[in-house]
Ligand binder design. Structure first.
Ligand code: ZN
Length: 319
């Protein structure tokens, strides 16, 4: 079968902090407490099925077995990335994720993530890092609940890009709509949940011991992406991130541009605008809000139109 761009039916997650804004992006959400749409996922906690074409209804793991060359000459242990759209109608809990080494002992992968801010209410902020100089102080401040002294809050705006490596204490604040690209992992250690209770009057579980073990001390500062920019015919490219797990580029397409052939598949998110993806004599429409997986044979396709795209590429080195 000829490779084609894979689109997916998102998997929705209701959250205590979720809202209804995903509806404004065209999603048919199950409730007004919908926090997350897993738009490209092969995680067992919510695999997104292919939406159309000959592989409709299938999950990525099956396609990887059947068409391994679509994913590159890499013996993937499992599909490495997960893409979500997150509606933070309220503050998310303050949390931290483990690295690969720590998570593997528990059967999951580590979780390095990054956020592209799609929309932000005025004054919206995130928690990013902490002020404890060492682990002992971190422990004391956590145990005595000195959250205002401990946590660093940073204002963010639409268009900001934030890298959250594993081991970083973090939280999305209310009023943020973000696109999250992360390692395919669902391991979260919650350290503070604002003493909220669910509809049954219960607080959500905290995981202080694990959080203390994996949180980096001292906290690495938030680094905004540099101005690494390159150009090619029909596009301007911002190199937002390169890390052990994946890299992220922002492509401003104006006219017709050719993507470089890659060794692996890539994920494409259309942030703004519309256009087409062209490969040989085939082409596919692209619209704002589309998230698709380009099998490796299609990574050298051309893009035509006026669009801003986020291109995420898994790193091969660590797997
Ligand atoms: Zn997180």
């Amino acid at each position: 079968m000829d490779a084609y761009p894979l689109r997916f039916h998102p998997v929705f997650k209701e959250r205590i902090w979720g809202g209804s804004r995903l509806r404004s992006l065209g999603y048919q959400i199950p409730s007004d407490r919908t926090g997350e749409a897993w738009v490209i996922s092969d995680h067992d906690h919510g695999p997104s099925p292919v939406a159309d074409g000959p592989l409709a209804g299938r999950r990525i793991a099956e396609i990887m077995r059947e068409y391994p060359h679509w994913f590159g000459d890499v013996a993937w242990e499992r599909f490495p990335l997960l893409v979500k759209v997150i509606d933070a109608a309220d503050d998310l809990s303050v949390q931290v994720h483990p690295d690969d080494a720590y998570a593997r002992l528990r059967g999951d992968w580590g979780k390095t993530e990054c956020w592209y801010v799609l929309d932000a209410e005025p004054g919206a902020c995130i928690v990013y890092g902490h002020r404890a100089r060492d682990r002992e102080v971190l422990k004391q401040m956590m145990e005595s609940g000195r959250w205002d002294d401990l946590l660093v809050r940073v204002n963010v705006r639409a268009g900001d890009f934030i890298f959250v490596p594993s081991g970083t204490l973090h939280a999305l604040g209310r009023g943020l709509l973000v696109l999250e690209i992360q390692q395919s992992s669902d391991t979260t250690y919650r350290v503070y949940d604002y003493d909220r209770v669910d509809t049954g009057g219960r607080k959500r579980e905290l995981h202080l011991a694990d959080a203390l073990a994996v949180t980096r001390c001292p906290s690495p500062p938030l680094r905004r992406p540099g101005r690494a920019r390159s150009g090619r015919e029909g596009a301007e490219i911002d190199h937002l991130l390169f890390c052990d797990a994946f890299s992220v580029e922002k492509w401003k397409v104006n006219g017709m541009t050719a993507f470089p052939q890659r060794d692996v598949f890539v994920l494409l998110s259309v942030l703004e605008g519309e256009g087409r993806l062209v490969y040989g004599d085939r082409s596919w429409a692209l619209h704002r809000g589309d998230h698709l997986l380009l099998p490796r044979p299609l990574t050298s396709a051309k893009a035509a139109g006026r669009m801003t795209l986020l291109v995420s590429v898994p790193s091969v080195s660590t797997h």
